[in-house]
Design a protein around this ligand. Structure first.
Ligand code: URA
Length: 438
């Protein structure tokens, strides 16, 4: 028989919790037998003392089992694989990756999140597509994955409900930034979708949750070890978030960039590198490709043949959108009232970008949220963003702002210019991909 205070004391005193204690805590999260105060104390004890790998595995599995766990056996004959990113600004990679990997023969049931704070969310971006239903029934979701190879939907209340309560309490008790808690939170939700393998995109930089390489590596290591400990083959790529990924940040504007990428109209090189590296890894992990090179080749064929674009269009149609989105997206997507150029005020090289501030500027425009209940304006954001290292003259357009009003646009232009450093000397730009952790 366990009582909450004894379990909290175990962790508070830096001892290893047994699986039974961990199960009891997670059960208490769901039933309410752990009060908010006790959950907060427990989160703080874990934050301060950490967890050994066995505790993290037991904690992740208990949270995963607190709700529905999808099972694809006897329903789909093929590898089930997904990607998860720790989030950033302009990170629209999931929207490209899921159809590419599906086009290569793997199945990608992707549960995406909403944006919060400076980071955007795939669910919000998809909701910019008229009539796209990010909350289909479970049967509709599963049938779509079976039929076309992928479906991207929003987090549902019945996947890992224990995490929902724990996260809301972590949010108000300064216990979000804990590697064991982040690991269990991310993995419980991902593993509940019944994956055979997972690829993590751990972002590092001034627009990421992890701002130092040491922390990014520690999180990647923790997630890889715990997921593998839970029998899901997992690899992590550490990728750069010291500037916006691609040329856009916002919702509808990122859907435009996605369509342009999939159809070959425009593939921003850094974004393309991240997409190809993750696609290759997903194809290797799911044993569709024998090595990275074959994975890249298959992904490139999926793009060049138009099959990935076709799957993206089919997914939109299956989930409530129009039947021919690739032809009509420019008319269908909402546009902002005001579009203004952001011009360089000095000559030189773009050397430093405060990526988090640009994400917060999207929030200020109305394109993101500071708390879960806020609604977002899908039309606003930034486009035509020039990457770091670009040489510019005074007056050159370094980005465009899309805003609801002229006042909002002026404020965003000021914020964008403040967040962008232009220097006479070129500096070394961070790599796109830092390393692979497996
Ligand atoms: N994302 C999650 O889902 N959980 C965390 O704890 C942090 C980021």
């Amino acid at each position: 028989m366990y009582i909450p205070q004894d379990i909290i004391r175990t962790k508070r005193d830096n001892n290893t919790m047994s699986s039974a204690q961990i199960n009891h805590f997670v059960d208490g999260l769901v039933t309410g037998k752990f009060t908010d105060a006790q959950v907060g104390a427990m989160a703080m004890a874990i934050f301060q003392r950490g967890m050994v790998n066995e505790e993290k595995v037991a904690f992740t599995l208990a949270m995963m089992n607190s709700g529905t766990v999808l099972n694809w056996q006897d329903f789909i004959d093929g590898p089930i694989v997904d990607k998860h990113s720790t989030g950033g600004v302009g990170d629209k990679v999931s929207l490209m990756l899921a159809p590419i990997v599906a086009a290569c023969g793997a199945f990608v049931p992707m549960i995406s999140g909403r944006g919060l704070g400076h980071t955007g969310g795939t669910s919000d971006k998809l909701e910019a597509i008229p009539n796209f239903n990010i909350h289909p029934s479970l049967d509709h979701f599963k049938n779509t994955v079976k039929k076309i190879g992928t479906a991207i939907i929003s987090q549902t209340d019945d996947l890992a409900p224990a995490d929902k309560r724990l996260y809301s309490i972590r949010d108000v008790t300064s216990t979000v930034e804990s590697i064991p808690l982040i690991t269990a939170s991310i993995l419980s939700k991902k593993l509940a979708t019944g994956l055979d393998s997972l690829v993590m995109d751990v972002k590092i930089g001034n627009g990421a949750m992890m701002t130092s390489l040491v922390d990014a590596k520690a999180l990647a290591r923790s997630i890889v070890d715990v997921a593998n400990g839970a029998s899901v083959a997992t690899t992590a790529l550490i990728t750069d978030m010291n500037q916006v990924l691609g040329k856009t940040a916002g919702n509808a504007v990122e859907i435009v960039e996605t369509v342009d990428y999939l159809t070959g109209k425009c593939r921003e090189p850094r974004l393309h590198q991240v997409v190809m590296a993750l696609a290759a890894q997903m194809l290797v992990s799911s044993k569709v490709a024998k090595d990275q090179q074959q994975g890249r080749d298959l992904a490139q064929i999926a793009l060049d043949s138009g099959k990935a674009a076709e799957i993206f269009e089919q997914m939109i149609s299956e989930l409530g959108g129009s039947n021919n989105f690739l032809s009509t997206y420019e008319q269908e997507l909402c546009t902002a009232n005001v579009v203004k150029d952001i011009c360089a005020t000095s000559a030189g090289f773009i050397t430093c970008v405060q990526t988090r501030d640009i994400g917060m500027s999207v929030v200020a425009l109305g394109g993101g949220r500071l708390d879960h209940h806020q609604s977002v304006d899908h039309s606003v954001g930034f486009t035509d963003i020039l990457p770091k290292g670009t040489q510019v003259n005074i007056g050159d357009v370094i980005a465009k702002v899309h805003a609801k009003s002229a006042d909002d646009a002026q404020r965003a232009i000021k914020q964008y210019l403040t967040a962008t450093e232009i220097s006479a000397e070129i500096v070394e730009i961070e790599p796109v991909i830092y390393e692979i952790v497996d």
